[in-house]
Design a protein around this ligand. Structure first.
Ligand SMILES: Cc1cc2nc3c(=O)[nH]c(=O)nc-3n(C[C@H](O)[C@H](O)[C@H](O)COP(=O)(O)O)c2cc1C
Length: 396
């Protein structure tokens, strides 16, 4: 299955290092060529010989040992990797990569690689929840590094909570999905909108909403990896667009309307995940509005309803909308599906823990035209994106 694929597995110094033996063994059985890089701390937990025997390749630990072949090893490993998996990933390696530190073989190889890097963190709950660790994870995610969230449970230190290395099965599935992405959207044109819109009040003020764009960007990444030609129309976000995607940057709802209308005809699939303002100030001021006594009123006028218009105009396109609600979720979502002539609606209750704006995870319900409902339990936005695409491909 993984024949011809090169996987570099980085093993760092945590108790879960022994589980890396199982991970390496399974990847090897799937046919991958595997090179293990251990940190010095990792060798306190597992012997390099174990990985050497499992992979039938030398294990690399030290950057300055005499090279086995005439090549600079961190560069050659970095270049040959199809996937670079770090499992278990300590708080230390996450912190080093997030801050550009390359002071050993593993951190240097990660820095020199353009392959997809996946971290499977494992550590004490307090360490995992430490704001510094969370900020580092957030930074790396925004830069395109992937994370497989740890599980909750009883940890080696006796604490109970988040931080346990996730199931080995899940790590293998993630590596498989990256190394062998399904190509079931080959030759499909897919347009996805993401992020908020920004409506001007005056040259220094605007109104917007809390959309981070993460869900739409995850859809763009998932679709691109499955072979689609992706156009991402994005409001202002702090995210880096996925590689290989055409990006059109927009600001206001009118701006996004023009971009969507200019591109919808050539699409096979349109997914509208942007949070578009329903209203905009009627007369934005050309000069800064000065403070006055009493209250201030701003008149708002309706923005065009992009989704509704696409529902009217669409020909062969599959049209997917999002409903982010705080109450009466299923009722509002079903109403929107019918009213706007959608093929599928992705409904989420933004008040739920682990769902909605800004979060890295989501919990959604998919409702199709036949009224079939599927709940996708809490998962990363990338996993949810793949499930939405799976459902789109099953639509009749
Ligand atoms: C017994 C023991 C268990 C440890 N387990 C973890 C762990 O699960 N996760 C973690 O982030 N650090 C853990 N540490 C701390 C790391 O080993 C330490 O931060 C080290 O510097 C990591 O180096 P590395 O990232 O280069 O492997 C543990 C330390 C000891 C002594």
């Amino acid at each position: 299955m993984l024949k011809g694929k090169n996987i570099v597995v980085g093993v760092t110094g945590g108790v879960a290092a022994y589980k890396a033996c199982d991970i390496v063994s399974r990847l090897k059985k799937l046919g991958a060529e595997i090179n293990v890089i251990m940190t010095h701390s990792a060798t306190e937990f597992v012997q390099p010989q174990t990985f050497q025997a499992l992979t039938q390749n030398p294990v690399t630990i030290d950057m300055f040992e005499t090279p086995r072949y005439w090549e600079i090893e961190h560069i050659s490993l970095a270049q040959k990797a199809d996937v670079l998996l770090v499992a278990p990933a300590t708080a230390n390696i996450i912190g080093k990569v997030a801050n550009g530190i390359a002071d050993d073989m593993l951190s240097t190889t990660i820095m020199a690689s353009t392959a997809k890097v996946v971290f499977a963190p494992a550590m004490n709950t307090k360490m995992y929840q430490n704001v510094i660790v969370q900020e580092n994870i957030k930074k790396l995610k925004a830069l395109g590094y992937s994370f497989i969230n740890p599980d909750s449970g009883r940890l080696a230190c006796g604490d109970i909570g988040e931080g346990k290395l996730c199931e080995v099965e899940k790590i293998i599935d993630t590596v498989l999905a990256i190394a062998l992405p399904k190509q079931d959207l080959q030759d499909k044109n897919l347009l996805v909108t993401a992020g908020p819109t920004v409506e001007t009040i005056d040259p220094v003020r605007f109104i917007t909403n809390h959309s981070s764009g993460k869900m739409g960007y995850a859809i763009a990444e998932a679709a691109q990896s499955r072979g689609a030609k992706v156009t991402l129309i994005s409001g202002p976000t702090n995210l880096h667009p996925p590689k290989g995607v055409d990006v059109i940057s927009t600001t206001s709802a009118l701006n996004m309307y023009d971009a969507v209308m200019g591109h919808y005809q050539q699409q096979d699939i349109i997914i509208k995940s942007a949070a578009v303002a329903d209203y905009r100030p009627e007369n934005p001021s050309d000069i800064k509005v000065k403070k006055q006594d009493g209250t201030l009123s701003i008149n708002f006028v309706r923005n065009p309803d992009i989704l509704m218009e696409l529902g009217t105009k669409k020909t062969n396109q599959i049209l997917v909308g999002f409903a982010a609600e705080t109450n009466n979720l299923m009722e509002y979502a079903t109403g929107k599906l019918v009213k706007k002539n959608l093929d599928l609606i992705v409904a989420n209750d933004v008040t739920e823990n682990g769902a909605g704006f800004g979060a890295d995870t989501n919990i959604v319900h998919l409702i199709d035209r036949q009224g079939n409902q599927t709940k996708i339990e809490k998962a990363s936005k990338l996993e949810i994106a793949h499930k939405i695409l799976d459902k789109i491909l099953q639509l009749k």
